[in-house]
Design a protein around this ligand. Structure first.
Ligand code: IMP
Ligand code: MG
Length: 188
């Protein structure tokens, strides 16, 4: 169940604009390609890319590790083979860094494809959970160790389309959508 709003849409939007301006300054005169990690990074990448005033390109890779509210411990990457990143400056765009395992896998895969430089931009960062030490260059918000949904983040594929970030408390007895009760798009 949706418990409470953690970050509202206006705050998200303002922070994304700040990040975009910072990235545009840092990558001026470079050949920047954003690599969006699907599905969670879709809304963040859409907004962030439009906040970067440079002629960048955007690519998409699918990474899967979660089942319900916990990581399966194994990351599956798809669509990495066709990426044109050799000799280019790559910025990986992630919805959330939790244990960091996804980033370890994607970093290695992109490095192997000859990126000139690699950096990470994560909207959310669960500091306490980080098991793999990773330097995340751009962080939207550091958050507490709670399970969140919205703005791309899901619970078993649902709630990605919430315009804000909300804290979610799984209720295993209410898994079927018809029993989720109140519409997540209209929380109390
Ligand atoms: P990591 O590999 O443990 O860092 O997990 C990263 C991935 O797990 C993210 O890209 C999300 O898809 C998912 N994830 C981690 N924490 C949350 C959460 O609080 N809500 C929804 N998805 C999450
Ligand atoms: Mg997910």
């Amino acid at each position: 169940m949706i418990e409470r709003t953690l970050i509202d849409a206006e705050t998200l939007g303002a922070r994304v604009q700040e990040l975009g301006a910072e990235i545009a300054r840092d990558y001026a005169d470079r050949d920047l390609v954003l690599v969006c990690l699907l599905k969670g990074g879709i809304y963040f990448t859409a907004d962030l890319s439009r906040a970067i005033d440079l002629p960048i390109t955007v690519e998409f890779v699918r990474a899967r590790s979660y089942a319900g509210t916990s990581s399966s411990g194994e990351v599956k990457l798809s669509w990495i083979d066709g990426l044109d990143i050799a000799g280019r400056d790559v910025l990986i765009v992630e919805d959330i860094v939790d244990t960091g395992l996804t980033l370890v896998e994607i970093w290695q895969a992109l490095e192997a494809r000859g990126a000139a430089s690699l950096a990470i931009c994560a909207l959310l960062y669960k500091e306490k959970r980080l098991a793999h030490p990773f330097a995340v260059r751009y962080i939207g918000f550091a958050i507490e160790d709670v399970f969140v949904v919205g703005y791309g983040l899901d619970y078993d594929e649902r709630f990605r389309n919430l315009p804000h970030i909300a804290v979610f408390q799984p209720d295993e007895s209410a898994r079927s959508p018809s029993r989720l009760g109140r519409s997540p798009l209209n929380p109390p």
